[in-house]
Design a protein around this ligand. Structure first.
Ligand code: HEM
Length: 580
């Protein structure tokens, strides 16, 4: 009797294990026969997420994907449900959408990590329907002509570059016994510059971190990634994997005596609607979010009391204009959209609520900060290397021909700005930096639309993830030459115009298609203004005297791994010596 009871409770205990094993075998068989298993790639990636997760976890995911492309070609399988694409035709189909592909592919759910105040913005829009009107609200304000016109009218970025020069004088440490040379923690300075510049474009009043405003410095520094944020990323990116781990954990808790059943709580994510979870610190932190929400409401009040202020340009005014128009339509018996720039939106009810408008503004502040500052940090680093001295000299010689003013109190005139934007060597320096050190190095993902698609002759099932890495694309030797690993601005100035055109078409740092970077012209203006202001005045070398040498931490990490974790550590130092 006792042995019957013992046997049946024993088999009861192992039944779920057996069930789990059978389910796992079914999943593996399904994966082996999935159309994705016919995409070139290592056998293990047909059935397991372990390799991609392990590389990602060690920040080596992109370097691994590059090796897979070298071995298997332009389309490779990186996990049972994810494909990486580096061919020109494949990228066009996914991101721009050819007639055969039926439009651009929707974004993957990972982007929802960037929602703020529980509300979607352009960047987190998954489908074209969610995205199209949001982009229309802001798109024209970021065109190259709009950015240049606003800079000529306000001089905001030029003035911010002047503040950088003051910052070097104030925050820089004396270097090498030379009283006029200053050693500066370059990435912190660049982050303040990019944060001040983008906020002056988005908010009524920009931040003034470079001038020493401590609260503003804290807002900017707090947007940088923390260990908990990395965990959120993993939870979102590897949902299947974590669901599976959770299932095992729940099962173990239920069956192991003493542990007791417990349903694991989901990690806090900014995208969640639960107000308590909105206090998460991911990207922006609570303080920066509160600040941005309030700044947006200030812009809305300003626009209500003075409709003419719309012409001043900050993005929060554009967003508030959309919200106010929507509110008027909702409350009016005979709705008429008076503002021509908002016509067409009413047919679909495409108006932001306050939270959506503030979420859009918050996203721009974040999207425009680390990307631009990191590119600048790499440009300073590359230009300062002793072996690149001839490049720095050539850049300084070109800047001298631009005859830019030494003072930063008055805006540059339109003509000066347009000369600056066309300066070929400066342009080559920035393009080459974006090529070798693209801030978004990891695969930018999309989802194969329902029903599946044929891509480069391979059938991909609906729901699979596809993605492209700018870093992998930029390592194409056929396009960029055999020396792709070297930082060499001269490659953009070759005599062979066809090759240069092909390189320009291949450069993918800002993405492509309707979802490509809306802020790219703003970023280019910022970078050109800063580099010309500083190299018109200083020469730079790495600071080898300091305990944190330039090549350490972030820079070393970035130049070897280059992964999702594109938030660098501060610490790398550059010595600025005034050329007097
Ligand atoms: C060097 C600087 C920058 C780089 C390399 C960069 C790169 C990118 C890339 C690759 C995307 C496309 C993501 C995708 O396709 O899923 C993107 C989107 C975006 N970027 Fe930038 N970015 C930079 C600066 C800026 C700036 C200054 C802003 C300021 C507003 C900005 C705002 C945005 C926004 C709002 C989106 C989403 C666009 C949409 O989905 O409609 N970026 N950026």
């Amino acid at each position: 009797m006792i042995s019957v009871v013992a046997t049946s409770s024993w088999s009861l205990m192992w039944m779920p294990v057996l069930l789990a094993a059978v389910l796992q075998v079914i999943v593996v068989i399904k994966r082996l026969f999935s159309p994705l298993s016919r995409v070139p790639g290592p056998f293990i990636t047909k059935i397991s997420y372990v390799p991609i997760f392990a590389y990602d976890q060690r920040s080596k995911r992109t370097a691994w994907i590059r090796r897979l492309h070298d071995k298997y070609g332009p389309v490779v399988r990186v996990s049972p449900t994810e494909i990486s694409v580096a061919s020109a035709t494949g990228i066009r189909d996914i991101f721009a959408g050819s007639s055969s592909s039926g439009g651009p592919y929707p974004k993957s759910k990972t982007f929802e990590l960037f929602k703020h105040f529980g509300a979607r913005n352009s960047f987190t829009s998954i489908t074209s329907a969610q995205h199209g009107w949001r982009r229309k609200v802001i798109g024209a304000s970021y065109s190259q002509s709009a950015v240049l016109a606003r800079e000529a009218a306000t001089g905001n970025i030029w003035r911010t570059a002047g503040n950088y020069i003051h910052y070097i004088g104030r925050a820089g440490m004396p270097a090498g016994g030379n009283s006029i040379a200053k050693s500066v923690d370059i990435h912190t300075a660049n982050t303040f510059f990019a944060g001040d510049s983008v906020s002056s474009y988005v908010l009524l009043d920009g931040l003034q971190a470079l001038l020493g405003n401590e609260k503003h410095q804290r807002l900017i520094v707090n947007t940088q990634e923390k260990p908990g944020d990395v965990l959120s990323y993993f939870h979102q990116e590897y949902r299947e994997f974590f669901n599976w781990l959770n299932a095992i954990k729940i099962f173990v808790r239920a069956w192991v005596p003493g542990l007791g059943p417990q349903v694991l709580s989901e990690r806090t994510r900014v995208g969640d609607k639960d107000p308590k979870k909105l206090n998460s610190v991911w990207y922006g932190g609570t303080e920066y979010r509160d600040f941005t929400y309030k700044s947006y409401l200030d812009a809305k009040s300003e626009l209500k009391s003075n409709p003419q202020s719309l012409a001043r340009g900050p993005i929060t005014l554009k967003l508030a204009n959309n919200v106010i128009t929507g509110e008027q339509i909702q409350t009016s018996r005979n709705p008429v959209v008076e503002d021509p720039s908002m016509r067409g939106f009413e047919s679909e009810g495409n108006f932001h609520k306050d939270a959506g408008a503030a979420s859009e503004a918050m996203d721009h502040l974040i999207a425009g900060q680390d990307t631009t500052s990191e590119t600048l940090s790499h440009a300073f680093q590359a230009l300062s290397m002793l072996q690149n001295k001839p490049i720095q000299d050539k850049l300084r010689a070109e800047i001298a021909t631009l005859n830019l003013p030494t003072e930063h109190d008055q805006p540059l005139q339109s003509e000066q700005l347009s000369h600056l934007m066309r300066a070929p060597y400066l342009d080559a320096v920035i393009k080459e930096t974006l090529r070798l050190y693209p801030p978004h190095t990891t695969n930018i993902q999309r989802t194969v639309p329902a029903g599946g698609r044929v891509l480069d002759g391979l059938y991909l099932t609906g729901g699979a993830k596809v993605g492209t890495s700018a870093y992998v694309v930029h390592m194409n030797r056929e396009v960029f030459g055999p020396d792709v690993e070297s930082w060499k601005p001269e490659r953009w100035l070759l005599e062979d115009k066809d090759q240069v055109r092909q390189m320009e078409q291949t450069l993918w740092a800002f993405g492509s298609g309707t979802r490509g970077c809306v802020g790219k012209h703003l970023a280019m203006v910022e970078m050109k203004i800063l580099l010309s202001s500083l190299y018109g005045r200083y020469t730079t070398i790495p600071d080898q005297q300091r305990e944190v040498p330039l090549e350490s931490n972030h820079f070393k990490f970035r130049s070897t791994n280059r992964d999702y974790s594109y938030f660098p550590n501060a610490g790398g130092r550059i010595v600025f010596a005034e050329d007097i």
